[in-house]
Design a protein around this ligand. Sequence first.
Ligand SMILES: NC(=O)c1ccc[n+]([C@@H]2O[C@H](COP(=O)([O-])OP(=O)(O)OC[C@H]3O[C@@H](n4cnc5c(N)ncnc54)[C@H](OP(=O)(O)O)[C@@H]3O)[C@@H](O)[C@H]2O)c1
Length: 233
Amino acid sequence: MFSNKKIVLVGGSSGIGFAVAQQAISAGAEVVIASRSLEKLHAAAKQLGGRVRVEQVDASDEQSVIGFFQRVGSFDHLAITVKPQLPSGRFLENDLAAVTAAFDAKFWGQYRLAKHAVRHIRQDGSIVLTSGVASRRSYPGYSIVSAMNAATEALAKAIAIEVAPIRVNTVCPGFVDADRPIPGRIEYVRTLAPNLPLDRLGAAKEIAEAYLYLFGNAYSTGSVIVVDGGATC
Ligand SMILES: NC(=O)c1ccc[n+]([C@@H]2O[C@H](COP(=O)([O-])OP(=O)(O)OC[C@H]3O[C@@H](n4cnc5c(N)ncnc54)[C@H](OP(=O)(O)O)[C@@H]3O)[C@@H](O)[C@H]2O)c1
């Protein structure tokens, strides 16, 4: 389905982005995975095999983002799955420098990447941003996560009308199992989201399927696909 397509995945060295890379390669795409750590990227590329290229980029640094897209050249689809260090703590206790840095990496990181990607994306291509269920439900200690995810969804809808026919969509994941499962995580998630109908964490590959759908569906723009096991029911 994606043969002759070049797909760029910023955050593609682990988690959801890595699962998107696996599925894009299986669907015939040429894939570029990018993040800050070359060591992580090379390890991921070794696991991926196939048509994969690695590129270093820091979403927090505009010059790094500009240089990155110049090296990548023209391409078809971009997915951004950058995850910052998330400060844990309630609103009144949070350290402002830590929450500002997290917001900068995730929200402004996606803003910078989308802005500088547009001129390199082919006219029938697309951008997929990543939010998360805290955009639509409040959890104690997650105020900054709620704010950055809601801002991400609003940004995607706003730029979709400006950069058309390039399409811009968002995937909103629920609680996902990490590459190395974290002991006690499902118990913790049950305290946050007691009404979790499927009563399990999502798999990165289940979230990744939504990115592939959005790359391929030529009539989707400004959309948000929520893949959350019912966490927001
Ligand atoms: N996992 C969940 O339960 C969950 C739930 C809801 C939403 N989400 C969202 O889904 C997305 C992916 O999450 P994940 O759990 O799959 O993340 P992950 O496994 O931690 O991967 C994050 C990726 O982002 C890269 N990255 C981090 N900071 C970066 C920066 N400044 N510039 C460039 N790359 C950077 C990392 O590589 P380097 O360290 O090499 O830079 C890595 O490739 C995130 O937006 C997250 O907020 C996740």
